[in-house]
Write a protein that binds this ligand. Sequence first.
Ligand code: CTP
Ligand code: MG
Length: 235
Amino acid sequence: MTAQPSARGDVAVVVPAAGAGLRLGPGAPKALRLLDGEPLLVHAIRRIAASPSVAMIVVAAPPAEVDAVGALLAPIAPVVVVAGGAERQESVAAALAVVPPSLGIVLVHDAARCLAPVSLFERVAAAVRSGSDAVIPALPVVDTIKEVSGDGDVLGTVDRSVLRAVQTPQGFRASVLRAAHAAAAGLHTDDAGAVEKLGLVVRCVAGSDLALKITRPMDLALATHLLTVSDPDAV
Ligand code: CTP
Ligand code: MG
């Protein structure tokens, strides 16, 4: 494995994949759980590697699995594997640290969103390329959202027309993401949140139903079904 980018594109994709997957229940780290017989991470890397913009992929793996993940992914794509941290943010930072400055765009993509299609990577990268500092895929919220008190009483109904559910890949001008991580005090739940704190504009593009985050056992069942659905967005 080498940290040198290929000449194929201008984008590095940083893949946090070091989480335990506690909400999936007992078993291997989430990125290594199987979906249709293959680890989630393999599904994710295959789609990332098929995206024409992508020149480099860096995976943050569970520290005990760095060598195993390298061996797993080597037949699929050239991937640099680093040890992740105790928090997602630390895993992203560890992977970002090996991205060379020559790559001007960085996408951060959760291994857990392993069915995110090529078209989504390209849409996010294109929006950064055309001038946005930070770009996130987002979907309208379908449920009615209530604000509730600690003991469960409804305080009000939120206007969902102004709400969006946010996915990955999130795309950034590389210098902006580095500055946001350097300035981050405390934990942020997504990388765009750190950019917001810098006072910069974060732009939404259309998300994809295929970019669902596999979190609970039912999500694995849904993803298994999605693999069988013919979708022009899918690879
Ligand atoms: N992640 C990471 N390093 C961590 C924690 C999370 O790289 N210390 C990654 C996960 O591997 C996943 C993504 O961040 O691809 C989103 O996290 P999440 O869906 O919460 O995954 P887990 O933390 O593995 O799941 P859980 O919270 O249920 O344990
Ligand atoms: Mg987690």
